[in-house]
Design a protein around this ligand. Structure first.
Ligand SMILES: [Cu+2]
Length: 270
């Protein structure tokens, strides 16, 4: 039973047999061993790409943890009740008032031999362009993944809810986006951004109770637009009790090889 993710309780505990955990994501679980008749239970890592199970991960990482339940124990403990843990999660994001959309493309740079030279956010190297977010606004970040990989996108300072996603026609979007910006990335100035709406190849899917939670990292699947709704407040809706406008923060992919190769951008708060 999942009841807590990166930094807050779920709306209510959710029963699940699996969990897609982004690289660097955190979760707290209550495991139910009451019907287990084995003396060893293994927690396993599987490789997911766009919700499909691919090849098993290498043997060094496929087995995470082993449990040894005491099958002879007659001790009965109270089952946790399915109570509402975090009512504000149910209200946000659907009560957003001063909502502003922002658009970000994830684009893989390739050389003449089709080898990767890194992944860029909005087609620029880190520091070419940055964002300012206002404390009194709420934002829908449209993350448009034009690559063949899932990227665990991470935001410093704020939590968000990854609340919907839709498939996109990658080739059509990329063609028009490059034409609008005068050719192939990397661009050396703030690029034009394009709304993805008219390039979607399916309807929006709302994320379920397992995944629509307060997070600071969420997976954005390949050929998918994911929408993160965020506000610059604590998860309970209260204002920050520190000066968020001092300093800069970053928004980046949590895969080390990607973040170290420019898949990162600054933002500041005013
Ligand atoms: Cu990445």
């Amino acid at each position: 039973m999942l009841y807590k993710t990166d930094s807050s309780y779920q709306y209510k505990p959710v029963e699940t047999s699996y969990l897609v955990l982004p690289s660097g994501g955190r979760a707290e679980l209550v495991l139910d061993f009451t019907s287990i008749q084995r003396d060893r239970v293994i927690m396993q890592n599987i490789l997911l790409q766009n919700q499909l199970i691919l090849n098993p991960t290498p043997s060094s990482t496929d087995q995470i943890m082993s449990f040894t339940p005491n099958v002879n124990s007659k001790k009965v403990i109270d089952q946790p009740k399915l109570i509402t843990l975090n009512p504000s999660l149910g209200i946000f994001p659907f009560a957003a008032k001063r909502l502003e959309p922002r658009y970000y493309t994830l684009y893989e740079l390739k050389d003449a031999n089709n080898f990767s030279n890194g992944v860029l956010i909005n087609g620029v190297h880190m520091g070419v362009d940055s964002d300012i977010f206002k404390l009194d606004r709420e934002y829908d970040l449209y993350i448009i993944n034009l690559t063949e990989d899932t990227h665990p996108m991470h935001i410093h300072l704020v939590n968000f809810q990854h609340y919907k996603k839709a498939p996109i026609d990658l080739d059509m979007y990329m063609k028009d986006w490059k034409r609008m910006n005068g050719g192939e990335p990397p661009y050396n100035m703030k690029p034009a951004v394009m709304k993805p709406d008219s390039y979607l190849t399916g309807s929006w899917t709302m994320l379920d109770g397992v995944h629509r939670v307060w997070r600071d990292i969420a997976n954005v699947e390949s050929r998918t637009v994911s929408v993160f709704r965020m506000r610059l407040k604590y998860n309970n809706g209260k204002d920050f009790d520190f000066d968020a406008s001092s300093g800069r923060y970053v928004f980046h992919c949590h895969i080390l090889e990607h973040e170290d190769n420019d898949m990162m951008r600054y933002f500041s708060v005013s």
